[in-house]
Ligand binder design. Structure first.
Ligand code: NAD
Ligand code: MG
Length: 423
């Protein structure tokens, strides 16, 4: 079991208390960084369960190294093949292989598990992350899309079950550290920092020619492909505003975004007395991940450190909204609330996948999303030409996971229709 804050001062040796961890999305960028930390502290953490969708070779190496009790893959065929190969190879004969959404939910709510690292990308993480919250786990939330889709449900359910949502996204982790249990009334502003991505200085008339490789070339962070594109469009920062709104119980109007070119200041809190608290460090996701894994303690990490003397300067700039229309779209959806964030998030996943497949251009991403949100507004206002008088409830309010899934699906369908007209 997890060592509690009060236990750490007692005579019991905390080193003997293992935190049992499930990593959802173990083969991704966050998943690999998580395993890197766990590898450094074998006396503190034990891997109970791992999951991935593809990258089966990499998963097999992880199984041999961490010997998890449970492993979840995408299909029943993959599970059967792995079961047979690990039995016949005599390594990890105890590992149980499960699959699909039910498998993901099983490894998230397993009674032996203390902490779930939610590191699947996109809406696919909604149900498994929610299962962990329903089961009252400590949930390290890297996977921001479920919070965007159904933040209120997550926060309310965590209150009921005693689950602890620990912000793993670097900006939210910075705010979590800076806030240090101060109440929301003392917050004047949350300031999310943004690097500005690869196109922060590109002349606007060159945006039409942006290639996939250029969009995948982030100046400061190495991440999965979807979030890297979201960073180039700044949709990522928009999703982070919604994420911060729910995690820190703060109105969207009190959340600002500022460009911080070096990605050294990971975010800041301005308090009502005029104090600013910021968290800084090199751009390395292992720091916020380790903060969540070790919470409420800090782990003595062996990683490259920031040398403040070597920093020439820190640059802050306002965001040019003309350059990043996705940020304005997401800010509007954040203020609209209801189904708007889930619709925008679903549409964005569909459109980013199309860009990654080189079916559309970079500049099309924001145009398609603007069209989708225009249809959303028309539907709510009953001004869409072929709109009948019933507005689906899930566009107005997200009261259940099913509503979130339906709103997401609606956004994807609208995006599909807009993309078809493009061709
Ligand atoms: P990634 O693409 O590198 O990894 C995703 C992982 O999820 C992989 O293990 C993959 O097999 C698994 N996966 C993908 N689709 C799946 C599906 N449909 N069902 C089950 N498993 C699936 O992504 P990432 O960059 O590690 O990002 C993960 C999440 O963390 C995202 O929500 C992202 O926004 C967030 N995040 C990432 C970073 C970062 O530095 N990479 C920083 C902050 C937040
Ligand atoms: Mg972030």
């Amino acid at each position: 079991m997890k060592v509690s804050a009060s236990l750490s001062n007692s005579s019991e040796n905390p080193a003997s208390v293992l935190t049992k961890v499930t990593v959802l999305g173990a083969t991704g960028s966050i998943g690999l960084n998580t395993l890197d930390i766990i590898r450094q502290f074998p006396q503190k953490f034990q891997i109970e369960a791992l999951s991935c969708r593809n990258s089966i070779e990499q998963l097999c190496e992880q199984i041999r190294e961490f010997k998890p009790r449970l492993v979840c893959v995408n299909t029943s065929d993959q599970a059967r093949e792995l079961r047979e190969s690990f039995r016949s190879g005599h390594s990890c004969p105890e590992t149980e292989f499960v699959w699909g959404m039910e498998g993901l939910k099983q490894i998230s709510r397993d009674p032996e598990v203390d902490l779930v690292m939610a590191a699947i990308v996109g809406a696919a993480g909604l149900e498994p992350t929610f299962s962990a919250v329903e089961a009252g786990k400590i949930v390290a939330v890297a996977n921001k899309e479920p919070l965007v889709m159904a933040g209120e449900l997550f926060v309310q359910t965590a209150k009921k079950t005693g689950a602890k949502l620990l912000p793993t996204d670097s900006e939210h982790n910075a705010i979590f550290q800076a806030l240090h249990n101060e109440s929301p009334e003392r917050i004047a502003r949350l300031i999310l920092t943004a690097s500005g991505g690869p196109f922060r200085d590109l002349p606007l008339d060159e945006f039409e020619q942006i290639t996939l490789d250029e969009a995948l070339n982030h100046p400061n962070w190495e991440m999965g492909r979807k979030i890297t594109i979201d960073s180039a469009t700044m949709m990522n920062k928009g999703l982070e505003i919604i994420e911060a709104h729910w995690l820190f119980n703060t109105p969207v109007e009190k959340i600002d975004v500022l460009m911080q070119r070096e990605s050294i200041i990971h975010s800041m809190v301005e308090f009502i007395d005029g104090s600013f608290l910021a968290q800084m460090g090199l751009p390395d996701m292992r720091v916020p991940i380790a903060y969540c894994l070790g919470w409420p303690e800090r782990l003595p990490l062996k990683i490259p450190r920031l040398d403040p003397v070597a920093l020439n300067a820190l640059h802050f700039e306002a965001i040019d909204e003309q350059r990043f229309p996705c940020l304005s779209l997401s800010l509007k959806a954040a203020k609209q609330g209801g189904g708007a964030p889930a619709v925008l998030n679903g549409a964005n996943e569909k459109v980013v996948a199309a860009f990654l497949n080189e079916e559309i251009r970079f500049v099309d991403i924001s145009k398609i999303l603007a069209s989708v949100m225009h249809v959303f507004d028309e539907t709510l206002q009953q001004t869409k030409p072929d709109c009948f008088d019933i507005i689906p409830d899930f566009l107005l309010n997200i009261l259940s996971l099913e509503d979130a899934v339906e709103a997401d699906q609606w956004g994807r369908e609208q995006a599909g229709e807009v993309m078809e007209k493009l061709h």
